[in-house]
Design a protein around this ligand. Sequence first.
Ligand code: NAD
Length: 250
Amino acid sequence: MRLEGKSIIITGASSGIGAAAARIFAEEGASLVLSARRAALLEQLAAELRSAGAQALTLAGDVRQEDVAKRLVGLAEAEFGGLDGAFNNAGTVGDMGPVVDMSAETWSYVQDINLKAGFFGAKYQIPAMQRRGGGSIVFTSSFVGHTIGLPGMVAYASAKAGLVGMTQVLAAEHGGEGIRVNSLLPGGTRTEMAGDDPGTHAFVRNLHALKRMAEPEEIARAALFLLSDEASFVTGAAMLADGGNSICKT
Ligand code: NAD
């Protein structure tokens, strides 16, 4: 029970890595505040967790809205007495394409969901963790933009690399208060984001030393480590869980 007694927010909890994290964190004893836009999926997941004996609340909303970040923290404090952890995980690739064809709207949309939402999250999560006397924040970044430049992904790569910079500053600013901040960089993972095109999957599999994609649970377990006290001396890190795609040249 590595998260026993801990109250944790998960964004992007309706599918993929976020939903896998919700199930694993609940098994590890966490009390959860789950968020994403699809209310029905979220409530179905929370009901499943509650029927297994966990505490799980939902708040549907768009991470681009500052008020959603504020309300998530308010819910954790009101219902669970405080906030210990946040898995800021919602993300989107957006419309892909070369930079010369990219609209400002696409650029901003991708930055807002992947990067600005991290700022909104931190803005409200950090004061709550200060009130609690410490905590752990994890941002889901990506191998894209950190160890690999994939054509067509300029907006996504820039946003995910931005999270690594944000992580370093927040870790330095708040380490003395017992607040740890880390980025998690998954490799290619079998979720809705990765789609189901066999050709794309074969290409992505081959980028990795392990010659396969991750299951969402494998990434969620890395997030579990960062949110748990097992990672008590880990902060400011860009932690790869990338199946070796950063070192694979074959
Ligand atoms: P997914 O599409 O299954 O999950 C993305 C989640 O984010 C969903 O719950 C979705 O509803 C939510 N979301 C998207 N836009 C939102 C918004 N505006 N407001 C609120 N919620 C929103 O895909 P996933 O792979 O589980 O993605 C989780 C994270 O992992 C993302 O940040 C993604 O960029 C990152 N990531 C994924 C891969 C991969 O290969 N799948 C690789 C590296 C990083």
